[in-house]
Design a protein around this ligand. Structure first.
Ligand SMILES: Nc1ncnc2c1ncn2[C@@H]1O[C@H](COP(=O)(O)OP(=O)(O)OP(=O)(O)O)[C@@H](O)[C@H]1O
Ligand SMILES: O=P(O)(O)OC[C@H]1O[C@H](OP(=O)(O)OP(=O)(O)O)[C@H](O)[C@@H]1O
Length: 215
């Protein structure tokens, strides 16, 4: 039997992804060791492999079939735009993609003003503003602490993730528009979905059952 390989986004989502898989009996003790520098883990008994990768690389591994299954945020799926099947909303890691800025910046939105938009998610930001007929925007890609941009005058607004709203509040910013809700998703390689249909469907069904019970 061939191995089924899982690519899990490291960081915020990793522990919850592992905990959820554990609930359906998919475990890999070695991977839980936060100190390990090992990159790939094998569960011989279940014929499964696991690796943790930078979130933005998960869709790439899955599209190319280097991983059969991925667990990653919807934001990353949208931003990367890879060819893969999104099969399940795993519900954890819930947050929202929003247009944010100082209250005064609201006047720039839905106007014919040309504005700068800073974001770690340039594709999501571009797509969002492309659908707003009047607005012309210049997207500025940043790699973190995006809330700084309107404070220091780099951009009028930002497109970023909001969870509790604390970061915005502590920096005098607010949500001006909501782009879309986000959460962790399970994604599947398009060929694996057909070739390993039985094993992958079993995993999806088991996860779905656990998720339904949690609701
Ligand atoms: N408050 C939050 N801020 C950012 N991401 C969140 C939040 N809550 C849930 N998430 C989810 O967690 C993922 C980000 O995880 P994490 O913060 O570990 O990565 P990151 O720091 O954005 O990655 P990178 O190191 O590539 O910048 C997002 O893709 C999103 O789906
Ligand atoms: O609404 P909140 O609960 O405050 O969470 C949202 C903040 O958390 C994330 O940043 P992260 O900690 O990932 O750092 P980064 O901005 O450097 O990526 C996100 O980019 C926001 O800044």
């Amino acid at each position: 039997m061939r191995y089924i390989t899982f690519a899990l986004a490291k960081g915020r989502l990793a522990k919850k992804a592992m905990a959820l898989l554990e609930e359906i009996g998919i475990t890999c003790e070695e991977m839980k060791d936060e100190k390990t520098r090992k990159l790939i883990f094998v569960n011989e008994e279940l014929k499964l492999k696991f690796f943790l990768s930078k979130a933005s690389d998960v869709p790439t591994y899955v599209e190319y079939g280097a991983a059969d299954i991925g667990v990653v945020g919807k934001d990353t799926i949208l931003e990367e735009g890879r060819n893969l099947y999104e099969v399940l909303d795993l519900k954890f890691g819930a947050c929202k993609m929003c247009v944010c800025g100082p209250k005064e910046a609201k006047k720039y939105l839905n106007s014919n003003e040309i504005i700068r938009v800073a974001s770690k998610y340039p594709h999501i930001a571009k797509e969002y503003f492309n659908n707003q007929k009047l607005q012309t925007v210049e997207i500025v890609k940043l790699n973190g602490s995006v809330e700084l941009a309107p404070i220091v005058g780099l951009s009028e607004v930002i497109v970023d993730i909001v969870e509790t709203g604390t970061t915005l509040k502590e920096n005098g910013l607010e949500v001006l528009e909501e782009v879309c809700p986000l959460s962790a998703r399970m994604v599947v390689n398009q060929v694996s979905q057909k070739m390993e249909q039985e094993r992958i469907s079993k995993i999806i069904v088991a996860l779905k059952k656990i998720l339904d019970e949690k609701e």
